[in-house]
Write a protein that binds this ligand. Structure first.
Ligand SMILES: *Cc1c(COP(=O)(O)O)cnc(C)c1O
Length: 529
């Protein structure tokens, strides 16, 4: 434990060399021993790895103890989040607990507490969680950086390259946070950002993405189904959430119980929702969806006024918002302007009925970036948050960065003789002696077999072609031109390696689809971290 001078006279206790439950509890015992009512005690905590089946128990123990000792608990990372939740379960006030995933988010939250000489900030985490980066950012004198463990800002990945799974997805929360801030820059301060985290946050992991989105200025979460909403509630997320898809009647009582907003687009459905809410002694909050020209869910403009007139009498329905959705905001077309015009005219008529909406919204990422006249009081963005371009026409600026990487490792390296088949169906036959590597991913992970494959992956920063058929959980790549490849070397399927990068846009062009589908197509069995 290394005492250092923090900003504005706060005392930093840097304990970031390593952590396990015993050392974390000891550190908290120390904090407890020196605790005085005159001081504010912070516990800033990163993940503890290698705990196996004790991961949950170990982190919860630390969180429970922290709730007894600390005035403020800030976690960074998925496992450390378990500690923060244990602190909340132990009746720590929600305002004293923050769950984060990015270094900058920890630093911003600490700074929001306005550190002062009465603060003691204990920072702890294991080697891999690199919490010294947090300490570094909180130092009064940047030169004190020399007193920290692990001096280099970016360690070579092999230093901690110790995957427990054969293939995994890495989520760059600093990039995610940066993208969200970049979207916010496009919005006026009165416009609320809804982070669209449906489909497990487009495959990025809905819980941690939501936490980072909320820490960086999102004020609402958008999911598809009620089930997805409940997963977030279960994780302790209390922010407003809307289920944007259809919610069947038998689930409406859950929406009331857990304060989930629903999309509404039918008078008959509204009447039933109202009755269910009355029977449950609750109110159901809704945003009414108007179909101004996409031809999917939504009430048609000609039926909208009737719906709103009746809604005035359905007292168990609270109409919090109204919205529409664009079909070609990502293309050059007058259709979007027409949709907007229909929406604006209708909005005027609805407001004449006496409605005052807290939220009016229209734009997805493309709409938000390309049509500022359609911002209203809320923007719903998915793609831009994840750093994927809405379309070749509406592209993200250089402020945005991709968030998802997908990686695996080399399982075997060998040289095949000429005329040797590779994979099922013998679709590839070696011409000469050919050096190949086996990678332990296949279509059961979402690494597509047909009609087209991923085509190329990165090994040592160079392109390696996928050859022969992709199997269920194995594929073969040609590494003839890449020297010194060995078992255990990192292989990048999506993301950066060395100076090269495989983007979702590139894979989309091989697979004849869009980048959205590429990030969603990494199957759930591939762990996210
Ligand atoms: C998915 C979705 C969005 C987000 O779209 P992006 O193009 O990813 O920004 C916005 N609104 C609704 C209703 C959606 O279903």
């Amino acid at each position: 434990m290394n005492p250092l001078q923090g900003k504005n006279g706060a005392l930093l206790i840097d304990d970031t060399y390593n952590a396990n439950p015993f050392s974390a509890l000891s550190a908290l015992d120390w904090l407890s021993a020196i605790k005085t009512p005159a001081k504010r005690h912070f516990f800033v905590f990163g993940d503890m790895g290698r705990l196996g089946t004790n991961t949950r128990t170990g982190h919860r123990l630390v969180g429970q103890r922290a709730s007894e000792v600390a005035d403020v608990v800030i976690s960074r990372g998925q496992n450390a989040g378990l500690s923060a939740r244990a602190a909340l379960d132990n009746n720590m006030d929600a305002h004293q607990v923050a769950v984060t995933h990015a270094t900058n988010d920890v630093v911003n939250i600490v700074n929001n507490y306005k550190p002062n000489p009465n603060d003691i900030i204990l920072i702890k985490g294991d080697t891999r969680s690199r919490m010294e980066l947090v300490t570094s950012a909180l130092l009064e004198n940047p030169d004190d950086h020399r007193k920290l463990v692990r001096q280099n800002r970016i360690l070579p990945t092999f230093a901690f390259h110790n995957p427990t799974r054969l293939s995994w997805v890495e989520i760059n929360h600093d990039a995610l946070a940066g993208n969200i801030r970049a979207i916010k820059k496009n919005l006026s301060p009165e416009t609320t950002l809804m982070a669209v985290v449906k489909s497990d946050a487009y495959g990025h992991g809905a819980i941690s993405v939501s936490e980072t989105a909320l820490a960086n200025g999102a004020g609402y979460l958008g999911v598809s189904s009620l089930e997805e909403a409940l997963i977030l509630r279960d994780a302790g997320i209390t922010a407003p959430i809307i289920a944007l898809n259809y919610t069947p009647f038998h689930l409406v009582h859950e929406a009331i119980l857990h304060h989930i907003t629903l999309a509404l687009f039918e008078l008959s459905v509204a009447r039933t929702y109202d009755r269910i809410a009355r029977e449950n002694n609750g109110k159901i909050r809704v945003h009414v969806k108007i179909d101004t020209g996409i031809g999917r869910l939504g009430v048609l403009p000609e039926d909208a006024l009737t719906l709103f007139r009746h809604l005035l009498n359905l007292k168990n329905i609270e109409v919090e918002g109204v919205y529409t959705h664009f079909s070609v905001a990502d293309e050059k077309s007058n259709h979007t302007a027409n949709q907007l015009a229909i929406f604006k005219t209708l909005l005027r008529d609805i407001q004449e009925l006496g409605y005052k909406f807290k939220y009016v919204h229209a734009g997805n990422s493309a709409g938000t970036l390309a049509h500022p006249d359609g911002h209203f009081t809320m923007a719903r963005t998915g793609a831009a948050m994840y750093g994927i371009h809405p379309s070749p026409i509406v592209k993200l600026s250089s402020d945005f960065n991709p968030v998802m990487s997908w990686k695996t490792i080399i399982a075997q390296v060998k040289t095949l003789p000429p005329n040797h088949p590779i994979g099922y169906g013998n679709t590839y036959i070696t011409q000469t002696h050919e050096k190949i590597a086996i990678i332990p991913v296949g279509y059961a992970d979402g690494f597509r077999r047909a009609p087209n494959t991923w085509r190329e992956v990165l090994v040592h920063g160079q392109r390696a072609k996928v050859i022969g058929r992709v199997s269920m959980e194995k594929s073969v790549i040609s590494i003839a031109h890449i020297p010194d490849v060995s078992v255990g070397d990192e292989v990048v399927l999506l993301g950066k390696q060395g100076d090269d990068q495989i983007t979702a846009e590139e894979i989309a062009s091989h697979l004849d689809t869009i980048n959205y589908e590429v990030v969603c197509s990494v199957l759930p069995r591939v762990p996210r971290r």
